[in-house]
Design a protein around this ligand. Structure first.
Ligand code: SF4
Ligand code: SF4
Length: 472
């Protein structure tokens, strides 16, 4: 009788560990390694959730708010105008965008130089939507990370089907709402809703844009997720140039944690290599490998590791917010470094130029347009000049303007015929007022300056504009 041999268990494939040479969310064959983050709780999650909720509320409420009869924040691309907190900007104010964008950009640089990618973790719309909304929905429908992984590896059952279908229906509904909210920053929401309700034939352009953005957001939030941060977003790549040894980042205290080993083993550090910090990471990296481009500063690994340390009755903070100097055991950290000063100066400069120029802009513009190739006409006894006075109302309300003759060296010898002394101009529109000016031939010796005055009926602001009276 032959001895019965015990069947050997197939060897478990070795779990892939994140490293510095590969992107963990991409497999060796180029396929997607979809990351299922584990649940995590802790004080940083509470703070982050509160900020995400506040930002979501702002994002969805702002399109409904108005100031002075216009949306609070709105960019009207076809109309070449924009509204920001009660200020109206026309295409002529477009240069101000440079100062606003550079001011805000350098402001973000200051924040990054001081606190690393705090923007990505707390305020970036991508993180707020994916981490703050879509991953939570996934959790509600499909359960914890372990359950999701097990169900995904198993066969299709009714349970698996309804959970996945339910999740994607809610995803699609939220992507639709989010896309329409995004569009309402460019297309007033009170016009957008009827346009959407009128169907594809009622407003085809709005429908196609809505379809495009809904598809993009659904693709991003449901599937692409952290790939946007890793592959597309340029900000992560700038990180290494904006930070230094004094920047506060999320990091692992190697001096305290290494060498890793089980609790109670001799000569080991505090890291028990439980892998919790990796399982909760939405970009799939191992923070113990050092600061990496993929880290979006979400704080998940801090709370996860603190919970492990609490269980082990060890001090928290093996993974924490600290500067590289702090992680190296240096006590002193410098906040006011030359780079912070330079970024702050450029940021304040940009925002100051934008604010001062925006607030001191004239509420209306006046220009004189002369008919081409016809500087004057000769009449029997007089010389006649034609001036087209173009008035642009740059305010957010309809205004009335008065056009008058101004001073001139010829005084009463000049005869003004103003086609419209009172002109009503709707908000952000312009009007042209032709003015004929006559002078007796005998009075003319050489070209001379004349003036027109345009007065705003509200507030009485006046502009005097100079032109030249021409003759033979
Ligand atoms: S969670 Fe903390 S203890 Fe666990 S592997 Fe990460 S660093 Fe080590
Ligand atoms: S390393 Fe930590 S902070 Fe960075 S993305 Fe991963 S979990 Fe978030």
């Amino acid at each position: 009788m032959t001895a019965e041999t015990k069947p050997t268990k197939p060897a478990r494939p070795q779990q892939r560990r994140p490293d510095l040479d590969t992107v963990f969310s991409v497999n060796d064959d180029g396929s997607r390694n979809f990351i299922h983050t584990a649940d995590v709780k802790g004080p940083w999650q509470t703070r982050k959730t509160a900020i995400h909720l506040l930002l979501l509320a702002i994002y969805f409420i702002v399109p409904w708010l108005e100031f002075g009869g216009h949306p609070l924040i709105h960019i009207d691309l076809p109309g070449r105008q924009a509204f920001l907190l009660g200020q109206t900007f026309t295409n002529q104010d477009f240069y101000l965008m440079f100062f606003l964008v550079t001011g805000a950009g350098f402001g973000l640089f200051v924040v990054t130089a001081l606190w690393g990618r705090i923007w990505c973790g707390y305020a970036c719309p991508q993180t707020v939507m994916v981490d703050g909304v879509f991953r939570k929905i996934e959790r509600w429908f499909e359960g914890s990370r372990e359950k999701r992984l097990k169900r995904n590896a198993g066969p299709w059952t009714f349970d698996k089907f309804w959970r996945k279908a339910g999740k994607h229906i809610v995803y699609l509904a939220l992507a639709t709402i989010s896309a329409h909210t995004f569009m309402s920053y460019f297309f007033p929401i009170r016009d957008l809703i009827p346009a959407v309700l009128s169907g594809p034939t009622g407003h085809t352009t709005a429908f196609l844009w809505a379809l495009f953005w809904t598809g993009m957001l659904y693709f991003d939030y449901a599937w692409f997720r952290e790939q946007t941060c890793i592959v597309i977003c340029p900000y992560g790549r700038l990180q290494s140039t904006l930070t230094d040894a004094d920047t506060v980042v999320i990091g692992y205290d190697e001096n305290r944690g290494e060498p890793r080993g089980k609790k109670g083993a001799d000569g080991v550090g505090d890291c028990v290599d439980c892998f919790r910090c990796v399982q909760v990471c939405p970009t799939g990296i191992d923070i113990r490998n050092g600061l990496q481009l993929e880290c979006i500063g979400c704080t998940n690994c801090i709370d996860a590791c603190d919970a492990v340390m609490t269980k082990l009755e060890r001090p928290k903070g093996l993974i924490r917010y600290d500067s590289l100097r702090g992680f190296n055991g240096e006590k002193k950290r410098s906040i006011f470094r030359p780079r912070v000063g330079l970024y702050a100066f450029l940021g304040i400069l940009g925002l100051t130029v934008f604010s001062v120029t925006a607030l001191s802009r004239s509420p209306f513009e006046v220009r004189i347009l002369r008919p081409k190739g016809m500087p004057y006409t000769l009449q029997e006894t007089a010389i006649q000049n034609l001036y087209n006075i173009r008035i642009q109302n740059k305010t957010g309300i309809d205004r009335t303007y008065y056009v008058e003759a101004g001073e001139s060296e010829k005084g009463d010898d000049l005869r003004f015929v103003i086609s419209q002394t009172k002109v009503h101009i709707p908000t952000l529109e312009d009007a042209t007022v032709p003015v004929f000016v006559d002078l007796d031939r005998s009075e003319y010796t050489a070209n001379f300056p004349i003036h027109f005055v345009v007065r705003d009926s509200l507030g009485g602001a006046a502009k005097t504009i100079e032109a030249t009276f021409r003759g033979p």
